[in-house]
Ligand binder design. Structure first.
Ligand SMILES: Cc1cc2nc3c(=O)[nH]c(=O)nc-3n(C[C@H](O)[C@H](O)[C@H](O)COP(=O)(O)OP(=O)(O)OC[C@H]3O[C@@H](n4cnc5c(N)ncnc54)[C@H](O)[C@@H]3O)c2cc1C
Length: 387
């Protein structure tokens, strides 16, 4: 058993870290305060050129073919510097992968290279609706046949990158009479298609540079070949892709948690109270030990889920365990890091309050912690009843 990264994975990790340190870290605080949007998009393009938008996508579609472990470590390195950039990269990878898994050869050749090379700036995964969040099978957006075309109506909410995405993967009900979850199909819609409108921009607590918008579908007419995969089999696909996406979000959370932990650890070695460094107080040492242990356990859970996915093995339970543990540990690390910095940690002069705000959403999007526990328990109970 070997838990070390191989040479290619190490190279990707180092490339991500070097880029994050040189290009992302210096602008992250400005991006958080609404400045430098152009730099954000420029950095996405540079990351595409470095091969980070299709890490688990085949070379023939413009991907890097580096695998899931490489994707996970790259996400962590990017998120250490800028969580907004990391979530955008994670969703782009997710969309590239869903098209690779489901698309026709023509769809793969048409869309994936433009995500991987940055021509599209970003790609959007449009599943959630105002009345269908944790329960996406309850969606009400419809796609109705009209000759060869499809006409979509409905609204999606909280869609990452929608304001600049070049392509949208959209789920809609194609058979309203079918049993719940069995009448949903997947569509690929390009930006600028009449009837696909970008609605309200959410004002969020964190991850400010990553935009989150409503997407409205108003008599949005798309050709027959916009349908991706089999008719009425879209829900299963969405659920499968979300499992992979959870590795991305867990890895992102790990990066933010580490950034907070490293900052607080260095601070504790410099700050003195009662005539000694605060790192010499046992109460502070315990916080450092707990943060480190939980984040290291998160890393190992993420590596396990990534490895299983890479091997083509079942990884649903592993991805959910990694997501719930890594995201909750990252939140804990940010909270404890703030405690180590005392009052300074609560101010904007230090990055900890930004890390804490950026980490908070990770236990919510791509499936809340409650939903992850539901999935984990379901998988365990199923394995027991099969015995
Ligand atoms: C910044 C941001 C970016 C996002 N990006 C995207 C995106 O790109 N694409 C996309 O499709 N969606 C996106 N989302 C949506 C996100 O995935 C949903 O917000 C999330 O899945 C939760 O859905 P909800 O907000 O409707 O909460 P609800 O489903 O209403 O849940 C509310 C509470 O009830 C709990 N709950 C619900 N059902 C159960 C249950 N069965 N058992 C126990 N507890 C339960 C939840 O855990 C939660 O605590 C994004 C959201 C945000 C905030």
């Amino acid at each position: 058993m070997n838990l070390d990264l191989n040479e290619e994975q190490k190279l990707i990790k180092d490339t991500a870290r070097d880029f994050a340190t040189a290009e992302l870290e210096p602008v992250a605080a400005g991006l958080d305060q609404g400045r430098d949007e152009e730099i954000f998009l420029t950095n996405l393009k540079k990351l595409a050129e470095l091969g980070f938008m299709g890490l688990n996508v085949q070379d023939q579609y413009g991907g890097s073919e580096a695998g899931v472990v490489a994707f996970s470590v790259a996400m962590t390195e990017i998120a250490r510097a800028c969580a907004s950039t990391a979530v955008t990269v994670s969703v782009n990878n997710m969309v590239s992968e869903v098209i690779q898994a489901l698309g026709s050869e023509e769809q793969k050749m048409k869309y994936i290279p433009k995500i991987c090379n940055g021509d599209y700036q970003a790609a959007a995964f449009a599943l959630t609706e105002p009345g269908a969040g944790s329960d996406p099978a309850g969606m009400t957006t419809t796609a109705v046949r009209d000759g060869e075309d499809w006409i979509l109506n409905g609204s999606k909410i909280f869609i990452t990158s929608a304001s600049y995405a070049g392509v949208f993967v959209v789920w809609a009900v194609t058979d309203p009479q079918a049993e719940k979850g069995k009448g949903i199909s997947t569509f690929l819609i390009e930006r600028g298609t009449p009837g696909l409108l970008i609605g309200k921009k959410e004002e969020k607590m964190g991850q400010h540079a990553s935009t989150t918008n409503e997407v409205l579908l108003q008599d949005c007419r798309v050709p027959g070949d916009a349908l991706m995969g089999n008719l009425n089999s879209g829900f299963r696909v969405a659920v499968g892709e979300l499992a992979g996406g959870r590795i991305g979000i867990g890895s992102l959370a790990l990066g933010v948690g580490r950034a907070a932990m490293d900052y607080a650890t260095r601070y504790s070695l410099e700050r003195s109270q009662f005539g000694q460094k605060i790192s010499e107080f046992q109460a502070i040492q315990w916080k450092i030990a707990d943060m480190y242990t939980r984040l290291e356990a998160s890393r190992l859970l993420l590596m396990n889920a990534s490895y299983k996915k890479e091997q083509g093995r079942s990884f649903t339970k592993e991805a959910s365990m990694a997501k719930v543990f890594a995201t909750e540990s990252a939140n804990m690390a940010c909270y404890e890091a703030m405690q180590i910095l005392g009052g300074y940690g609560y101010t904007r002069d230090f990055p900890i309050e930004r890390y804490a705000r950026d980490a908070r959403i990770t236990t919510i999007y791509e499936g809340t912690s409650e939903i992850q526990r539901l999935i984990i328990a379901r998988e365990i109970l199923r394995s027991f009843s099969a015995q």
